[in-house]
Design a binder for this molecule. Sequence first.
Ligand SMILES: NC(=O)c1ccc[n+]([C@@H]2O[C@H](COP(=O)([O-])OP(=O)(O)OC[C@H]3O[C@@H](n4cnc5c(N)ncnc54)[C@H](O)[C@@H]3O)[C@@H](O)[C@H]2O)c1
Length: 442
Amino acid sequence: MNMKLSSSHLDNIPSTPGKFKMEKASYFNRFRWHYSSLAKLTFWSFVFMGLILVFLIKSPPTSPTTSIPSDLSRRSLKTKSWGGPGWEKRVKSSAKIRSPNGLSVLVTGAAGFVGTHVSAALKRRGDGVLGLDNFNNYYDPSLKRARQSLLERSGIFIVEGDINDAVLLKKLFEVVPFTHVMHLAAQAGVRYAMENPSSYVHSNIAGLVNVLEVCKEANPQPAIVWASSSSVYGLNTKIPFSEKDRTDQPASLYAATKKAGEEIAHTYNHIYGLSLTGLRFFTVYGPWGRPDMAYFFFTRDILKGKSIPIFEGANHGTVARDFTYIDDIVKGCLGALDTAEKSTGSGGKKKGNAQLRVFNLGNTSPVPVSDLVSILERLLKVKAKRKVMTLPRNGDVQFTHANISYAQREFGYKPTTDLQTGLKKFVRWYVSYYGSGKKNDH
Ligand SMILES: NC(=O)c1ccc[n+]([C@@H]2O[C@H](COP(=O)([O-])OP(=O)(O)OC[C@H]3O[C@@H](n4cnc5c(N)ncnc54)[C@H](O)[C@@H]3O)[C@@H](O)[C@H]2O)c1
């Protein structure tokens, strides 16, 4: 119908419409001209709209690795503080291997507690290290900035960006052919999941998938070691927790996202030949630790004279944790990196079966939380105001205890720091960082 309309109106358009011709035209002709130019406008509007429609329908879909929900992409775009020759030079220099047979490792979550320690340890032994972190404000970002300064002093550059930013990640792999990825960036914390569930999906699910998507496309593909969590054991009652035990009863969304991560790792290993090692950390503590963890805020609150909640299970059952000192965790991370086999695929294609592992990294010596408080009281020389409460059912489990024989067998993992010794080091750091003043706040 459009075609018919257009051809008839095309006939009516004067060959050279213009002022001169218009002046000479009869009233009828003038009417005809007005009518035809209106029709012409309508016709071209239709054509124009049609073209837009065709363009929209035919335009290629956004690459799956870059299509993330708008609120998330906005967050990622906000982080576009990278690029340029100077930036690339810093990236290359930070990732430069300085020892024979050294690794080049992309450490995500490098401004975090574990990430900072692992990055520093890798650098110390001559590996190339590049950090990536979005410096989010889940806890005081100034602590992350202080860790960043610490790493900068030993030549480690932390790129500021989100693990969901596929463009950035691809760029990093273009600049450096990383042999390994130590993936530690995540939304941590068990109770916060009830407040902000989407942050767990954003970082622990979508972010993990994005990291794996980019790794699978990389050529060569890196080997990936990543942080799962002891929380995957959830309501499991068989102790000590073994990697062979069931992990299908998570007690928090955090645990569920870590468990999902383990299944996602299986998929990427199976389909793309990515070498993947998951590490189930058990309550890591130490200097430069996380302020949202009990040992940390107990220290702060004891010093301030504030009461601290001591949880107990049903029937006054003991709540205990397999507290693991950061240096032992770092040794476990390095052991896992050093024994990680190469990925077998390249450019998104699997070429053979690749390694897939999951290890417990704990201390294998659970300590009741009330004992932790007693140690802190002695170290701080302040009596704690204990407020005994029933463990709420909002994510925490009553007991954790790691069986570490698998990690021991595979890479000689053997924790050597007991809670008393580790807390002494933590308290020394805490006091030097925040001071021992009782009015401290952070
Ligand atoms: N500390 C523990 O006791 C413990 C126990 C079990 C598992 N884990 C896991 O170990 C890893 C490290 O934990 P941590 O204690 O160092 O926590 P952390 O919060 O100190 O470190 C995580 C870092 O990742 C960054 N990050 C978070 N989301 C990001 C994103 N989308 N993009 C880029 N960066 C992002 C954060 O800014 C932070 O600096 C996490 O995966 C955590 O779930 C830790």
